[in-house]
Design a protein around this ligand. Structure first.
Ligand code: AMP
Ligand code: MG
Length: 362
């Protein structure tokens, strides 16, 4: 199975692969032509850079100008794992991978099947989330299959009748089970010149504080800074000092279900109930709402309640699947209870995703 997938990668085709975060849409990162297929399949804007997945530090070193001591420390502490490290790229990384930028993000995922795939293909793989651009990331092979027409799932136990790609345009999906972490990797940009700082460009389950501890110096969290800016100016597209290249979509709608979705906190429950009562279908009849609640809350018929886990790890692992299920219920609106922001970095990363998937409940 991995042989078929590795050969498809080498031929320039797309192979979706499992990781501990979400499923990635893989292609040979050293081939501009293969990478172009990823952008086309996702409908991804060309300025949004892709993370390059490697099977270990040695492969990462071959993609960047200099694998710095900071990079070594982070790789030792967190790889394989959900941390993407941004450093100036070497010439062998095509510009299409980095959205035209001078640096590249590299990560070694914590999934044995995918590390074996990279090893067998012998090339690093770009791997944006295997979904149409802007929508919910997939956390199972089945999610990926539904996202791309004609995608073929290769299972561990596939026998002689197993599917084989007929053309380089076919999309293969390696089934490695349900993703354990469920939200995308933390992206950290490392300094290159003296005086540069360390910045977290995207929040994930590894926090700025954990990175700061390993590096022995302070780390700026660009997402937190951007949100403070937004709150100060009251605008969704306020100036943030974050360039579009570094963190595209930081404030944009992203990770979003197709159904209009709204975020609420525990104290806003009465407002949610009111919104549910007011929910109307196109013909003025009562329409269905779906509520993702933490713990139990009474939700009146015909609305549907989906109970989300109370601990942050399980909530994160469940979030995107819950978005997809809510979408499939054909509801008029989805209401999402986001967790307490109590200093737990996973709740902070969840809040970041929920914020970008929803509009705030007014
Ligand atoms: P996705 O592939 O959908 O998980 O998104 C990858 C994200 O990683 C991008 O949207 C960027 O925020 C970040 N990223 C990837 N490559 C780079 C890079 N070279 N420089 C800065 N950020 C990057
Ligand atoms: Mg994505």
């Amino acid at each position: 199975m991995l042989d078929i997938a590795a050969a498809h990668v080498r031929a320039g085709g797309l192979v979706a692969f499992p990781t501990e975060t979400v499923y990635g849409l893989g292609a040979d990162a050293t081939s501009a032509e293969a990478v172009a297929r990823v952008f086309a399949a996702k409908g991804r804007p060309s300025h949004n850079p892709l993370i390059v997945h490697v099977d270990g530090e040695a492969m990462a070193e071959g993609l960047v100008e200099r694998w710095t001591s900071d990079a070594r420390k982070l790789a030792a502490a967190f790889w394989p794992g959900p941390l993407s490290i941004v450093l100036p790229k070497r010439a062998n990384v095509p510009e299409i991978v980095t959205g035209g930028g001078a640096s590249v993000a590299v990560r070694c995922p914590d999934h044995p099947m995918t590390r074996r795939l990279i090893e067998r293909a012998g090339v690093p793989l770009v791997g944006p989330s295997a979904n149409k651009s802007g929508f919910v990331s997939p956390t199972s092979a089945e999610h990926v299959r539904r996202e791309f027409e004609g995608a073929m799932v290769l299972g561990e136990g596939a026998g002689p009748g197993r599917p084989r790609p007929r053309s380089v345009d076919d999309i293969l999906v390696l089934d490695g089970g349900v993703c354990s972490r469920g939200i995308e990797s933390t992206v950290v940009k490392l300094p290159v010149a003296i005086g540069d700082g360390v910045r977290v460009l995207r929040q994930g389950v590894i926090s700025a504080e954990e990175i700061a501890k390993v590096l022995g110096r302070s780390v700026e969290d660009a997402a937190v800074a951007a949100r403070a800016d937004e709150e100060r100016t009251g605008g969704r597209d306020s100036p943030t000092g974050v360039t579009p290249l570094e963190s595209p979509g930081l404030l944009d709608r992203h990770y979003a279900p197709r159904t209009p979705a709204f975020r609420f906190t525990a104290s806003q429950w009465p407002e949610v109930l009111e919104a549910l009562l007011d929910l109307e279908g196109e013909d003025g009849s009562e329409a269905r709402g779906v509520v993702l609640t933490i713990g139990s809350r009474g939700v009146p018929v015909p609305h549907v309640r989906m109970i989300m886990p109370e601990d942050s790890r399980s909530y994160a692992a469940r979030l995107y699947a819950a978005f997809r299920e809510a979408d499939e219920l054909g509801a008029q609106a989805i209401y999402v209870e986001s967790g307490r922001e109590n200093g737990d970095p996973i709740w902070a990363a969840i809040a970041d995703r929920v914020r970008r998937a929803t509009a705030a409940l007014e």
